[in-house]
Design a protein around this ligand. Structure first.
Ligand code: GSH
Length: 270
């Protein structure tokens, strides 16, 4: 069911209509035949050539690591999104929302589970880190992009560049106000800028300590938590939005090296 939209004085689709198709990834590059038709990943259009939604980049990374063929449909229209947010997938006649629920669905229907060999302790670590990224770090990242004037300067230009001028200005104002309301409701912006970035830095320090010198977050093999971490960390490091959060991330050389290596590996595979 589509979530009720209470603050839609302007829809995302009105602000930035854009639909592009990319061919199925995996289907055309010699991987094993898919047991079922490729899923369609519905996500926001790329900006700066990058997938700037952490949750969508997480899901796309997971599809690549699980070697599940998919095609992409880009949209800014959330009306058909089952949870009122992106990403969602279309799998046959079903539309499924929420990156984590989608991954659970694909594990169950494709019989592919990169996490199958994890111990209970590793699963607990992965869940704790996922919650850190998705339920806390995401708020700090959102603040750094939409509220902090330093990040907003780049986001205001990049995210709305495709729009004609009057819509561009209205879109910026409406979206920024909407996100400011959400961050205030979450409690994050009751803190000062310095406090918010100190909390973001603490998240990064925890991620850095967990990764240590390992190749991946849980050892030598890629698992779902690597897709989660990449979705968020790449969205700080690899997009042209200079913020205190990016400067903090650059103080953790193991995270920087890991994000860069993942980025190269994922581009080679697709
Ligand atoms: N729990 C969801 C979160 C998805 C999410 O927050 N998506 C954001 C983009 S990063 C979105 O669609 N925002 C538009 C809106 O909330 O209106 C998931 O894992 O997929």
């Amino acid at each position: 069911m589509v979530a009720p939209r209470t603050d839609a004085d302007m829809t995302l689709d009105q602000i930035a209509p854009d639909v592009t198709e990319r061919p199925p990834v995996g289907a055309e590059c010699g991987s094993a035949p898919a047991p079922v038709a490729p899923v369609t990943l519905v996500q926001f259009p790329l900006i700066w050539g990058r997938n700037v939604s952490p949750f969508t980049l997480k899901l796309e990374t997971w599809l690549k690591l699980a070697e599940i063929p998919y095609s992409i449909r880009a949209t800014t229209n959330l009306a058909k999104a089952p949870k009122g947010k992106l990403p969602y997938i279309e799998d046959g006649l079903r539309a499924i929302g929420d990156s984590t629920l989608i991954i659970e669905h694909l594990k169950a229907t494709r019989g592919i589970d990169p996490d199958a060999g994890l111990t209970p302790r590793q699963r607990a670590e992965a869940l704790a880190l996922q919650r850190l990224f998705e339920d806390h770090f995401y708020l700090v990242l959102t603040y750094s992009r939409w509220i902090d004037p330093e990040g907003w300067e780049a986001v205001a230009d990049g995210f709305f560049a495709a729009l004609p001028l009057p819509m561009r200005l209205a879109g910026r104002r409406v979206m920024r106000r909407r996100i400011a309301r959400r961050l205030a409701a979450s409690g994050l912006t009751r803190h000062s800028r310095d406090e918010i970035y100190a909390m973001g830095r603490a998240d990064l320090a925890a991620a850095s300590d967990l990764l240590g010198e390992r190749s991946f977050f849980l050892g030598d093999a890629l698992t779902t938590i690597d897709a989660v971490a990449f979705g968020f960390l790449a969205n700080v490091l690899l997009v042209p939005v200079e913020t205190e959060l990016k400067r903090s991330l650059m103080d953790f050389p193991n995270l920087v090296a890991w994000v860069e290596a993942m980025d190269v590996g994922l581009s080679v595979e697709s």
